[in-house]
Design a protein. Structure first.
Lengths: 570, 86
């Protein structure tokens, strides 16, 4: 691994990596089980530098912002490096957002360049948001069919400047990325991440889960997500390792990729992990009784021998077929993005597949705590990473309080939101809004949230305010969206739901037509943003002088209702 | 030779998709409707929805990239995407 203490920016470190391991493969790209390309560190450089020159020739200056909206693929990483090479700030956006939401964030970020894929651009270019976002001057589109109408964009493949681009050094405190942790409907939360944030995080993470030349990391989580950006780009690249991209996330190709590439690490959100668990369990259930008994015996032996630490060679020997299905080289599955149920983690660990569960948030620079597997603990999110100070604020009688973090990995603040930043980072401590406590072994355990938001099993942060727009104009006196656990505090981190609270007009009743209208509006939202039910409240909402809803006060009043009875299905 | 694939109407495509989904996810026959939100009605997640795409590809002999179902959650829109590729 490169000695990252010597570097002051992502671009500088990756530039050295490309020189250090020129012949190592850094990227594999496969589509529907067929390998489409294999790129070495030298080839990566040869593809990125002409793009960097093109950017500079187009007037892209140090500190300018460029956005990437792409699925996981080699051109994502090549483009990102070209942006860093020019001293630019990267704005990675979620390709799964709706075009209008993407334009909202593009406008907020101040990006002047957009790099995207043809199918995404087809939707973006015809969306009204384009006219309202004149700051985006240049658009590069990858993989457009020949003769396709690019609607004012240029083909990424032709964006090649001639001659050597100029490498632009950046300082550790300079902005590297603006990463949106939410805010497509309410206040955009653009986390300003510095180069120092990433360099520090990379050192901390790789001290526990190292990469080396030969490692193959399977990149499934979207690369705009802080986890994949770190473990599916910056981390492996600073260690001479390789990243495997699949152009489809279909379960059958995902399963195929493990043995085909002999994957070393993969990061998954709980949803995918549970999907894998279901698949494996149904295969175990189909075993003939005699084989099933042998399997259960071997699993029990493995479980007892790996209690204090993983012993991979032993597990691979005992449960050969299971490990063969994962390629036989898997060191760990990194689970992140959302809280994972202990029984799912334990299921994999008992099979001898270490699961690195942890806790983090974009604002903290990805991971805050991680399980070091010595021993494996399914009931906690592990210990703080090196360099992380974590404390529990105002603990109650059970020791549970708000988790706060101080570290060099914590963001510089929210873009254009000084007030929100001041509320979130207090005296250098990041207020996570998550509730937790430390156990006697120094492991962090989580118990619900203080924030009016939910995190889905897909690792999506959904702030209640962001969903409210969908109900604008609803024929009721007042309405408001809440995370149910914000109204009725729960010590659980799973099964979180949003609810729509409505205050009907005097004399109005909750009719079938109104229910249908709510359901129709709800269905227009992307599935993970939908509200789960309706809460009827027959008093005026508490308002500020400027007529904004005082959410804390309203939640407190709603909290007096019985949760089970109050939530009506829609 | 008559190209049967090209002769399918959107209604037929929708019907075939509903039948395939009923069979694949073991739903009660006749319970799925074109306007249904398949995530909600079938209680499936996004990965299971992707899995359904592969079944549709095999059945209709088409290639349906993942991005075609991005943001799609009802059978009717799904049928339109399939129809466009027949």
């Amino acid at each position: 691994m490169l000695d990252l203490s010597k570097y002051s920016s992502i671009g500088e470190a990756v530039r050295d990596a490309l020189e250090t391991w020129p012949r190592e493969v850094c990227l594999y790209e496969s589509d529907r089980g067929e390998e489409k390309q294999r790129i070495t560190y030298r080839e990566f450089k040869e593809r990125a530098l002409p793009l960097a020159k093109w950017l500079q020739d187009s007037g892209f200056r140090p500190g300018d912002r460029a956005s990437i909206i792409m699925t996981n693929q080699s051109k994502w990483l090549i483009s990102a490096y070209a942006i860093f090479y020019c001293g630019g700030t990267l704005v990675p956006l979620d390709y799964k957002l709706k075009p209008e939401e993407q334009w909202t964030l593009l406008k907020h970020s101040g990006a002047s360049i957009l790099i995207t894929e043809y199918p995404i651009w087809r939707q973006l270019s015809s969306s009204p948001g384009r006219v309202a976002t004149p700051a985006v001057k240049n658009v590069l589109v990858t993989e457009a069919p020949a003769n396709a109408d690019l609607a004012g964009a240029s083909a990424w493949e032709s964006a090649k400047g001639t001659g050597q681009p100029m490498f632009v050094p950046r300082k550790r405190e300079d902005l590297a990325c603006i990463v949106y942790s939410s805010g497509t409907g309410g206040t955009p939360k653009g986390c300003m991440m510095t180069h120092g944030n990433y360099l520090e995080q990379c050192v901390a993470l790789t001290s526990i889960y190292p990469f080396w030349p030969g490692v193959k990391y399977l990149s499934i989580l979207p690369t705009n997500h802080a986890i994949d950006f770190m473990v599916g780009f910056f981390g492996p690249f600073t260690c001479g390792a390789a990243v495997v991209h699949l152009r489809t996330l279909r379960p059958e190709f995902l399963r195929e990729a493990f043995p085909k590439y002999q994957i070393t690490y993969v990061s998954l959100v709980p949803l995918v992990l549970k999907n894998l668990q279901r698949g494996l369990q149904s295969r175990f259930d189909e075993l003939p009784p005699a084989k099933r008994r042998i399997f259960e015996r071997l699993r029990a032996i493995n479980k007892s021998l790996t209690k204090s630490r993983p012993i991979l060679p032993l597990s691979r020997l005992l449960l050969k077929q299971v490990h063969a299905a994962f390629g036989g080289k898997l060191e760990a599955i990194i689970v992140g993005g959302a809280f994972t149920e202990p029984q799912t983690l334990q299921f994999f660990y008992d099979l001898g597949i270490p699961v690195a569960n942890g806790y983090g948030l974009t604002e903290a620079g990805t991971a805050v705590t991680v399980n070091d597997l010595h021993p494996f603990r399914a009931d906690t999110v592990g210990k703080p990473l090196p360099g992380m100070e974590v404390r529990i604020l105002n603990p109650d009688a059970d020791g549970i309080g708000q988790v706060s973090v101080r570290s060099k990995t914590v963001m510089a603040g929210y873009l254009n939101e000084p007030e929100l930043t001041a509320q979130t980072i207090v005296d250098g401590w990041l207020m996570t809004g998550d509730m937790g406590r430390f156990d006697v072994a120094g492991h962090l355990q989580l118990f619900g949230r203080k924030k009016n938001m939910i995190v889905t099993e897909e690792g999506k942060n959904v702030y209640a305010e962001d969903v409210e727009q969908a109900f604008e104009g609803l024929p009721v006196k007042e309405y408001c969206v809440f995370a149910a656990n914000y109204i009725w505090p729960s010590r659980s981190m799973v099964g979180e739901q949003l609810v729509l609270v409505i205050h009907l007009d005097h004399g109005q009743t909750f009719t079938e037509d109104l229910r249908k209208e709510i359901a129709a509006r709800n269905n227009r939202l992307i599935n993970y943003k939908r509200v789960h039910g309706v809460v009827l409240y027959n008093e005026d909402f508490p308002l500020t002088a400027s007529l904004k809803i005082i959410r804390v006060a309203l939640a407190e009043r709603l909290g007096k209702l019985n949760r089970e009875q109050a939530i009506l299905p829609i | 030779m008559i190209d049967l694939e090209a002769m399918r109407t959107l209604e037929q495509t929708t019907q075939e998709i509903l039948e395939l989904a009923t069979k694949h996810f073991k739903a009660t026959p006749g319970s799925l409707k074109a306007d249904d939100d398949f995530y909600k009605k079938l209680g499936i997640d996004s990965l299971q929805a992707l899995d359904m795409l592969s079944r549709l590809e095999d059945h209709f002999h088409i290639e349906l990239p993942d991005y075609e179902v991005q943001g799609v959650s009802d059978f009717k829109t799904l049928a339109e995407r399939v129809q466009a590729r027949l």
